[in-house]
Write a protein that binds this ligand. Sequence first.
Ligand code: SF4
Length: 559
Amino acid sequence: MIYVYITKELRPFETDIRDLCLAFFTLQKITYIFDDVGADTICQCEGRACELRPYSSPDIVVKDYYNGTLDADRLTVKSEVKRQLYNYLSKLTGKKLLWGTLTGIRPVNIVTSMLEERARETRPCDGGSASVRPYEYSVRPCDEERHNRQPVAASCTSGKSVRDVMGLSPLTEIDNPIYKENEKIKEYLKKEYYISDEKGFELIKIARNEIKILERPEVRDYKNSYSVYVGVPFCKSTCLYCSFTSFNIEKFGKYVDRYLETIERDFNSRVGKIVGKRALQAFAPTNTAFTSTDKLQPLTLYIGGGTPTSLDENAFERLLTIIDKYVDRSKCIEYTVEAGRPDTITKEKLLIMKRHGVSRISINPQSFNQKTLDLIGRKHTVEDVIEKFKLARELGFDNINMDIILGLPNEHLFDVLKTLNGVRKLKPDSFTVHSLALKRAARLNFELAEWTKNYYLAGVGKREIDSMFKWSERLAEHLKLKPYYLYRQKNIAGNLENVGYAKEGKECIYNIMMMSERHSVYGFGTATTKEVFYENGGKRIESEEGYKSVIDYCERVGS
Ligand code: SF4
């Protein structure tokens, strides 16, 4: 338990302080000592029943970490609080964090904003020749907070030179404007957020890749489109680390019919048929970024969960038929089904997906070690993964993603290498590397003491987790997959990140849209925010919180 002293003035930054403390003390509980409660008592409520107890021999007390201004604007004060807290904790623990003071989910957005701003600044203005105006990043701090809502010195630790990382040739790099720009951004990130060169370059690389993807002809018009998400909250069993809305299909299977009826009703009442003008009228408030009423059609469609393929064949086909009826896919460039658990995939379901135009699926091993799969409650075998992957390929799926998780209980580097080798043999088109995150609602969180006592858990061996991450990067390179999106979570193994790698042209555009908050997403079913819009200035507007359970959804939408 880590106790953090917090004064009244610092209370607006409570979340930021907690998140940064968690980055130093992974998988620990943080408890605040509020000065207005009384320095001799500790509030232990953490959102549950409040119990004040005497302040005696806590594990670590973090206090007196801020002596800066409180008079500036919120963003300036917040940045300074985080920097001073970082210095304090770094001294206390002897640690330096690769991500510095950054604790937000979407750090890439900081760099894409800078690059896009720079592109606007340097837009050709004199008959076509670009006028490169100096741009001082340091005078225009990015708003990390905006990106938090809902993701080496000259040589980085992977052993590569900066030149290798950025893909520049040795002879031209010094004069290369991109190199210079990268250096400038890297310096800004270091000064503002204390980010290591390694992570700075990772962000720059992904941001540049993202911008390149967004310039493709089929994606370019994303502002005049939106994405549709359909949630199917059923799974065959609950994974140890799961914090999604997920219900055991065996127990809750009786609700499937009603759930599908409700989804249909939801589509029908909210959008009629999602085409052009009608979608705008049904969805868009007057101040959204949408200006063209006639072009509005979905760009991407994503069915996630849960595990959508937990539904039996009839129910699954019914779901896809409902979607066909209501979602106009004439301009849709990507249709993903998160098949996820291989034990839910059958030949018939793959053929159903083919018939309904699904273009991208996920088959997620998480680990190629049977012992781990059993331990974390995934009721499938390693062989299931291999068999279903091969079957999907035989049936013509040419865009298959695989997810793995680093830092699973009892997994050492050797186990992860076995997983990476399994992925290598199957050659997926994209590959997503997650680091185990301790989520509040997950079974792992409730049983943490037991798991920590009985199993080797992430966070114990930071170096080992780093190596796992490096080897995952190497595999992606070997498979010619480039990193294209990144997000971070709180309380994540090794204070690392989740990274999506893909072959060129096989990236998940929906993920980019979600992470970069570039256009609106309409959610149907449980576990979604119903509608997310972006105003012209990029301000996020969530129309209504999503539904927490199947019954909640059926009752509120179906009534
Ligand atoms: S498959 Fe995904 S949604 Fe289902 S229980 Fe596991 S983590 Fe949760």
